[in-house]
Design a binder for this molecule. Structure first.
Ligand code: FES
Length: 180
């Protein structure tokens, strides 16, 4: 089996497929199980890889296009591995009217990926989310578990930089520790 890029599966992708194959055995081959299966896989692995969707289609004896169509219909499913620092930009009403879409566009531009995707180094992923519950701080974006209120386009680059600097520092400390 190959991944989305037509390449041989990585060890990580292979391990996910093996786990999914094990989990599928617990589900009857009924179409009604499609969403529960997709939810189980997403909850376990954080996303639905193309090869995984093929495996699900085979198990349920459905055309892969039908499985893909259902998965893409619901925005609860993602198709790329989440970044170590997922960026969630709020698009609830309060944030939207205060320029949430401009914040989203800035993250997309600075990270050079569209919403729904992950940077090649897997550091960041971007997604739009519904109200995160702190409308008084609109517009809001979450980086990892941290909520950033009163977002402005000028703050976007600084937030990305903070994460990159923290990561470099952690890697340096790890290396120093290993060398000592
Ligand atoms: S609408 Fe964004 S926090 Fe409520």
């Amino acid at each position: 089996m190959e991944n989305a890029a037509g390449e041989a599966l990585t060890a990580e992708e292979g391990a996910i497929l093996a786990d999914v194959a094990r989990r599928l055995a617990a589900f009857d081959r009924e179409r009604a199980n499609l969403i529960p299966i997709l939810q189980t896989i997403q909850n376990t692995h954080g996303y639905l890889a193309p090869a995984v969707l093929q495996l699900v289609a085979r198990h349920l004896r459905l055309p892969p296009s039908q499985v893909y169509g259902v998965a893409t219909f619901y925005n609860q499913f993602r198709f790329h591995p989440p970044g170590r620092n997922p960026i969630r930009v709020c698009m609830g009403t309060a944030c939207h009217v205060r320029g949430g879409d401009i914040i989203l566009e800035n993250f997309e531009r600075k990270l050079e990926i569209p919403e729904g995707q992950t940077t090649p180094d897997r550091e960041f992923s971007i997604e739009r989310v519904a109200c995160v519950g702190c409308c008084a701080l609109a517009p809001v974006a979450c980086v990892g578990e941290t909520v950033h209120g009163h977002m402005a386009p000028s703050k976007v680059e600084g937030l990305i930089l903070q994460v990159r600097i923290a990561r470099e520092r952690a890697e340096r400390e790890k290396k120093d520790h290993a060398d000592s």
